[in-house]
Design a protein around this ligand. Sequence first.
Ligand code: ZN
Ligand code: ZN
Length: 180
Amino acid sequence: MAQSTSDPAPLTCYRHPDRESMLRCSRCERPICSECAVLTPTGYRCKECIRGQQKAFETALTIDYPVAFVLAGILAFGGSLIASAMGFFTIFIAPLVGIIIAEVVRWAVRKRRAPQLFRLAAAGAALGGAPLLLIRLIGTIAALASGAGIGGILGIIWLALYVFLVTSTVYYRLSGIKLR
Ligand SMILES: [Zn+2]
Ligand SMILES: [Zn+2]
């Protein structure tokens, strides 16, 4: 951490003391050789700092993964029951359900993060919305087979849209890309 302001001696890489260094890590400011330097949008970084950064981003605990998956699944299923009665208004209900799921998951995992955690929450939301869609699908196929007409098809389209919108809203909201 401590840095002397007057150092006439040539700098050497902190991992390779035999190599003279022309670069400094933009984060820890230690001198690094060209082999140790990794170019990032904010300048050269040493490999240690790159690793540290990745760890700082992935804070999720093992328990967070099943919690996010199951919570997203239950809420998405509940939402699908509401959406199935809404018809066209699914377009407005689904993103709202997605936001609620994302916020509940975020609260449940105490704002811990990991890319895999967000994917699992989205997968849970997709699976949670799927049962009702499948039931509707089977019901409509059965109705078609008995010649009752195609009245159920629109309901299937809204539910499919619901699953798609909820899943993408959960994923994008959790991973920090705002959809508004
Ligand atoms: Zn560094
Ligand atoms: Zn080096």
